[in-house]
Ligand binder design. Structure first.
Ligand code: HEC
Ligand SMILES: [Cu+2]
Length: 325
C-alpha cells in the first residue's frame, strides 16, 4: 500500500475491465497524435523556407481517403462509446446477493455500518470474493467515496441516496479517499479498505462490541418514534400497512404510481406530504430534523426486512419489482 506505483492494484474484476478500456483509449489517442504530429514535423522540416523541393502542389482527389478518414474514426468512436456504456451499465447495477453496508459521510469522516450491526469509522472490512453494495448519503456537504484499487468512485450527496458496489478479489489493504473537495480537512478524510479471507472476516465480525443489526435497530426506532402507533395492526389511525411494500409500485393519491425504493421510503419519512399514498389522508408528521441519517437508514433497513423484494439493489437507480420475494 505504501510503495509508489503508477497504477493502483487491480483488486476487483471491474478494475481490470476499466483499465483495459483506459489503455485502449490511451493507445488510440497516442496513435492518432502520432499520425497528426509526425507528418507536421516531417513536412515543416521538408518544406522549410529555402529548401530545394518541388512546390508545384498538383491537385489530387480521392474518395477512398475522404471516406476512409471519416468512417474509420466514426467506427472507433462508436466502438469506444459502446464499450464504455456496457461497462457503465454493469457498474450501475449491483448484483443481487450483495452484502449491504451503509455509509454516511460528514466533515470529515466516513461512518460505516454493516447490516449485521458492526460499525466502523474510516475503515471498511470486507470479505474477498463477495459483492459488497454501499448505500451512501451525507449529513452535510457533498463527499465522494473513492477506492482506487476497485476503480469505483461515487458522489455522496446530502438529502439523497447513492450507491456503489464492488467485488474485491485480492486480500489486502487499500486506500479510501474522499474525492470531492469538502472543506478545510478534506485531504484528511481518508481511510482504508481491508479485504480479508472470508473466514477472517467472519471472525472479525464477531469481535469487539457486537452492534445491533440495522434492521433490528430500525424495528426499535419504528416503535420508539411512534411509527407503529399509526402503521401498526391495532392503530386507531388510518395508515397504510408497511409490510411487503419495499420494491413494489405504490399508487399515489394523484393517480400516479411510484416504485417503493429507498428514495421513496426516505421521502415518505421526511416529506410525507410530497407523495400521499392513495386512499389515505396526509396526517403523517414529518420527521425531518428528528432522525439522524443513520436512523433513517435503519428504519429503511427494517422496512426492507419486513417483506417486499429484497433485491439488494442500492441507490436511486433501483427499478420497481413487482415479483415479490
Ligand atoms: C400520525 C400517524 C403516522 C405516524 C406517526 C407515522 N405515519 Fe407513516 N403514514 C401515515 C399515513 C396516514 C400515511 C399515508 C399518507 C401518506 O402517504 O402520507 C403514511 C405513509 C407512510 C409511508 C408510505 C406508505 C405507502 O403506502 O406508500 C411510509 C414508508 C411511512 N408512512 C413510514 C413511516 C415511518 C417510518 C414512521 C415513523 C418514523 C411513520 N410513518 C410515522 C401515518 C403515520
Ligand atoms: Cu469529503
Amino acid at each position: 500500500m505504501d510503495e509508489f506505483r503508477l497504477f493502483p492494484p487491480q483488486a476487483s474484476p471491474v478494475a481490470q475491465q476499466l483499465d483495459w478500456l483506459f489503455f485502449a483509449l490511451s493507445a488510440i489517442t497516442i496513435f492518432f497524435c502520432a499520425v497528426v504530429f509526425l507528418p507536421i514535423i516531417f513536412f515543416s522540416v521538408k518544406y522549410r523556407r529555402g529548401s530545394q523541393v518541388d512546390r508545384s502542389h498538383p491537385r489530387t482527389e480521392s474518395m477512398l481517403i475522404e471516406s476512409g478518414w471519416t468512417l474509420v474514426p466514426l467506427l472507433i468512436a462508436i466502438g469506444l462509446f459502446s464499450w464504455g456504456a456496457v461497462l457503465y451499465f454493469h457498474m450501475e447495477r449491483p448484483p443481487r446477493d450483495a452484502l449491504q453496508v451503509q455509509v454516511v459521510g460528514k466533515q470529515w469522516m466516513w461512518k460505516l455500518q454493516h447490516a449485521e450491526g458492526k460499525r466502523e469509522i474510516n475503515e471498511l472490512h470486507v470479505p474477498a470474493g463477495r459483492t459488497v453494495a454501499l448505500t451512501m448519503t451525507s449529513q452535510d456537504v457533498i463527499h465522494s467515496f473513492f477506492i482506487p484499487a476497485f476503480r469505483t468512485k461515487q458522489d455522496v450527496v446530502p438529502g439523497k441516496y447513492t450507491g456503489e458496489w464492488f467485488k474485491p478479489t485480492l486480500p489486502g489493504e487499500y486506500h479510501l479517499f474522499c474525492a470531492e473537495y469538502c472543506g478545510t480537512n478534506h485531504s484528511r478524510m481518508i481511510g482504508r479498505v481491508v479485504v480479508m479471507e472470508p473466514i477472517d472476516y467472519e471472525k472479525w465480525l464477531n469481535t469487539g462490541e457486537p452492534g445491533e443489526a440495522t434492521a433490528l435497530a430500525g424495528e426499535r426506532l419504528f416503535r420508539d418514534r411512534g411509527c407503529s402507533g399509526c402503521h401498526g395492526l391495532n392503530s386507531k389511525f388510518h395508515a397504510p400497512p408497511l409490510e411487503n411494500m419495499y420494491g413494489r409500485s405504490r399508487p399515489l393519491a394523484t393517480g400516479e404510481t411510484v416504485a417503493a425504493d429507498e428514495r421513496y421510503l426516505r421521502d415518505s419519512i421526511l416529506l410525507p406530504g410530497k407523495e400521499i399514498a392513495a386512499g389515505y389522508e396526509n396526517i403523517m408528521p414529518s420527521y425531518a430534523g428528528q432522525l439522524s441519517e443513520e436512523e433513517i437508514m435503519q428504519l429503511i433497513a427494517y422496512l426492507k426486512s419486513i417483506g417486499g423484494s429484497s433485491t439488494g439493489k442500492v441507490g436511486p437507480t433501483e427499478p420497481p419489482s413487482s415479483s415479490g420475494k
